[in-house]
Design a binder for this molecule. Sequence first.
Ligand code: PLP
Length: 388
Amino acid sequence: MKIEDIFQSYKDNIMPTYTKVPRIFVKGKGSFLWDIHDRKYLDFFPGWGVGNLGHCHPKVVYAVLDQVKKLIFIPNNYYQLPQAYLAEEIIRVSFPGKIFFCNSGAEANEAAIKFSRKFGDGRYEVITFENSFHGRTLAALAATGQKKYQAGFAPLPEGFKTVKFNDLSAVISALTEKTVAIMLELVQGEGGINVADKEFIKQLRQLCDEKKLLLIIDEVQTGIGRTGKMFCFKHYGIKPDIVTLAKALGGGFPIGMMIVRKEIADTLGPGMHASTFGGGPVVAKAALAVLKAIKNENLLENAKKMGEYLFAGLNKLKEESSLIKEVRGIGLMVGVELKSEGKVIVEKCLEKGLLINCTHDTVLRLMPALNVTKKEIDKAIGILKSII
Ligand SMILES: *Cc1c(COP(=O)(O)O)cnc(C)c1O
């Protein structure tokens, strides 16, 4: 196929559900990508939050190659080794609980919603927040507090109430005798890198304890070291009832999971929920390699340090430029709010070989790999500076 034929094939054969960047990527290593013309790019938004280890981490490559030779797939009615090892490791680094395996973030959140309804035994309402994002399947979409994603897909499943973020009185006003759970991201990713207040989260936890509600933390984007701790909830000193994970968990392989507090986990019994591919041996092995790499390569520490370095660089840029309104986030989950649209800046960065993202129209989103170096951050800041 000629290059034009590839673009044409997309046009002819693939649904136009994505706004596409006109580049064909063929190779990745660490924080770098190469396109079909062998041009090199510095990737500061690897895989939409999937690439916490960067591209093609050698330990993930090795683990997967090793596993595909032994057993590619075995359904969940049998036992296997990688899933058992992965579950043990995840519980060790998260909290005493039990895991349901699936393949994506939306599915993990669907599982959490179904779990809540079963747990609620008649109570079914879930309170979620403005500017949240929980996925594209119907219930996850109903939970998502952004009208732009919901337009055209009515009727959405019932039982969701969306209230203002970081506003306890709004949550209390939304409570009814049908409320069963409160679901949120601690840093809203798609919503513009909005950080939850510590006090608000403490109060939510208290409220959940008083009213016997489940506190569901969607860590699909914030999880697996992104914020400088393995899970973002660890910054808040609270115990969640449910945590959902996906994106970075498999080092690029599709795996999602819901972790539920041990005391209530058996609410879902045999036959009540399932996923054919969920936690298959290859993806489980990949996820296990991710967790090992984070530990062995001290990546939480690096994410914290490099996050501080990146924030310092961006804050300096803010002082020098009237275009930047605010720099916010935690660890290596960074948003730069502009006073104007961010799209043109993202395009100019692309021209100069830097890949970043813009979310919520005016917020540049930078989420480099956890093993990013000072040199790479300097390069990215340099490119941003030349544009801004
Ligand atoms: C990406 C994302 C999802 C959806 O994940 P998919 O794997 O695309 O279904 C859900 N919640 C959050 C916070 C996300 O960032």
